[in-house]
Ligand binder design. Structure first.
Ligand code: NDP
Length: 336
């Protein structure tokens, strides 16, 4: 049972050499009376939060253990089940491990896949955790109104590309920032953003934002933190909302970057709110009702970056922090 393991806790930048490919063992028969589920992992999701679980911080909510396989979201097929709700052959998405086969407790986050007339890999992205993140963050935390001005950072990624499309479907004006010319082209030409810019080529982000938002920003969908957040704070409108989804620029720092423009929260009456996607899982079926027809009608598109094989998992994961992924980073282990 091939696995990707964390060699030891990580400080600073994640490197491929912090991870290793190992050979584990697994029993392919569940013991009598077991409540567990044996999964064959098909698609693994590469997610920025995984880096946070690699640091040796005592209050981490779900620590990785050195010399053990990584855990994360994936799409899997049930090989054997001790739980009445799951049977052999069912397709599921949820929490699993970075290995070919995993034994998971039935209490694990696990959703049965009902719609199979869309790519299965979508359940690591648009129809899985990042999809719910974009939907809940934009609609429930951002509370968009028609005509509002929206800014999205890491805009071409798993979450960002959806936020931009939700904003357009809601009648908003939306601008995204991303880290390369190709990504900027995708934002404008594929996802329908009104405008987009490469933040790496902007000497001053405050000036750039003033160019795209001369009247200010109503909703900022925050994916990166740091200098971007600081510049956004200078450009928010009165009663604006900052949806704090993530701060990827801070995850590899031992000391977070200082944010200096927070007093704008007071004068501009800004609501800045974080959220955690799993709080919204009870609304997953409502989310599917919204998004599945839009995928089928071509009203929402989704771009994935596919890596093949567990051996390429470490590089795919490290690539997230270098901006190498174009769209949702998926790792394929098997297609059925
Ligand atoms: P992406 O697919 O967007 O991949 C990460 C991207 O972040 C990279 O491609 C890169 O794009 C950008 N990036 C990497 N390092 C930096 C940096 N130092 N400064 C600026 N940008 C950087 O990831 P996701 O869509 O999966 O996640 C987006 C955010 O959402 C993350 O912060 C994540 O932690 C958060 N999140 C939060 C959840 C919640 O429950 N609150 C749930 C899921 C995700 P580029 O080339 O454009 O720089």
């Amino acid at each position: 049972n091939k696995q990707v393991i964390l060699k030891d806790y990580v400080t600073g930048l994640l490197k491929e050499s912090d991870l290793d490919i190992a050979e584990g063992t697994i029993t392919l028969n569940l013991p009598e009376g077991s409540n567990e589920i044996l999964l064959k992992n098909l698609y693994l999701s590469c997610d920025p939060f995984m880096r946070n679980l690699m640091s040796d911080i005592p209050d981490r909510f779900l620590p990785y253990a050195p010399a053990s396989p990584l855990a994360g979201y994936g799409v899997s097929k049930v090989v054997e089940s001790g739980h009445p709700d799951y049977k052999k052959g069912d397709l599921v998405w949820g929490f699993t491990k970075w290995e070919e086969y995993s034994l998971v407790p039935s209490a694990q986050i696990l959703f049965k896949i009902e719609h199979t007339d869309v790519p299965l890999s979508y359940y690591t992205g648009i129809l899985g955790m990042p999809g719910v993140t974009a939907y809940a963050g934009f609609f429930e935390v951002g509370l968009p109104k028609k005509g509002e001005k929206v800014f999205v950072s890491a805009a071409s990624g798993a979450v960002g590309q959806l936020v931009g499309q939700f904003a357009k479907l809601s009648g908003c004006y939306v601008v995204g920032s991303a880290g390369s010319k190709d990504k900027v082209d995708l934002l404008k030409n594929k996802f329908g953003f009104d405008d987009a810019f490469n933040y790496k080529e902007e000497p001053d982000l405050n000036t750039a934002l003033k160019r795209y938002f001369p009247e200010g920003i109503d909703i900022y969908f925050e994916n990166v933190g740091g200098k971007t957040l600081d510049a956004v704070l200078l450009n928010m409108r009165i009663n604006g909302r900052i949806v704090v989804c993530g701060m990827i620029s801070q995850y590899e720092r031992s000391q977070p970057e200082g944010v200096t423009n927070l007093t704008n929260l007071i004068t501009k009456r800004i609501r800045m709110q974080g959220f955690v996607v799993s709080d919204y899982y009870p609304k997953y079926s409502k989310f599917l009702e919204y998004i599945v027809p839009k995928i089928k009608e071509g009203k929402i598109v989704y771009v994935e970056d596919i890596a093949e094989g567990l051996e390429n998992g470490p590089a795919a994961l490290v690539g997230l922090f270098k901006g190498l992924n174009v769209g949702k980073q998926v790792l394929v282990l098997a297609r059925e």
